[in-house]
Design a protein around this ligand. Sequence first.
Ligand code: ATP
Ligand code: MG
Length: 229
Amino acid sequence: METILDIKNVSKIYQSGNHSLTVLDDINLSISKGDTVAITGPSGSGKTTLLGLCAGLDRSTTGSVTLNGTALDSLSEDQRAAVRNQYVGFIFQNFQLLPTLTALENVMVPLELRGSKNSRAQALDLLGKVGLADRAAHYPVQLSGGEQQRVSLARAFSNQPALLFADEPTGNLDAETSEKIIKLLFDLNTDAGTTLVIVTHDLDLAARTNRIIKIKGGQIIANESPTYV
Ligand SMILES: Nc1ncnc2c1ncn2[C@@H]1O[C@H](COP(=O)(O)OP(=O)(O)OP(=O)(O)O)[C@@H](O)[C@H]1O
Ligand SMILES: [Mg+2]
């Protein structure tokens, strides 16, 4: 199968004064196009950091990240942003909605960046899919945590990414809404072949993916298919 994401010998080390903190330690990982992968592990183990590196939001200290055939390491900030806009959707753990824009406008941003002619109608449709058609005009502060998370989801879906990263996408949702969102995610995989990489503490969600990667202390301690667990 074709590889869409290839991570080789990646580490992330933060320096503060004369201390260095190794957050990711020699990670190797390869993900095939159309695959569904869950990343699990304790708080602070490096999951969000790893996702950010995979998506080209951040740079690794050592090693290489190749996304859809493009080595991200040698690219400038702007070049990485262009790759992200073309291939990547990202649902942030802390949502990262733009506070001065309404829910609708937040979802319209990536569509407009791609030159969509009917971004408003498309964004409304996406908000409808996450059950927020009646909150389109609300600003992020006027939305609950779960609602902000769903706007973040709609925004991540909007440019039909080849690769969708989701950092605890159901972390703030009740069971019923969570189930709807999970269905949306997996429908994208089935219908559009979107590769899913999902950080989650939800073992039921993890069990629905093809592969579960466990991280501890910045290292991969397991990388297996749930059917063999
Ligand atoms: N900019 C930074 N500078 C220094 N340390 C950082 C920085 N960002 C993250 N860390 C540290 O890296 C470690 C991993 O953080 P990360 O956010 O990747 O964990 P996580 O597995 O996503 O945890 P959680 O489940 O709580 O979201 C943490 O110990 C954190 O304190
Ligand atoms: Mg995290």
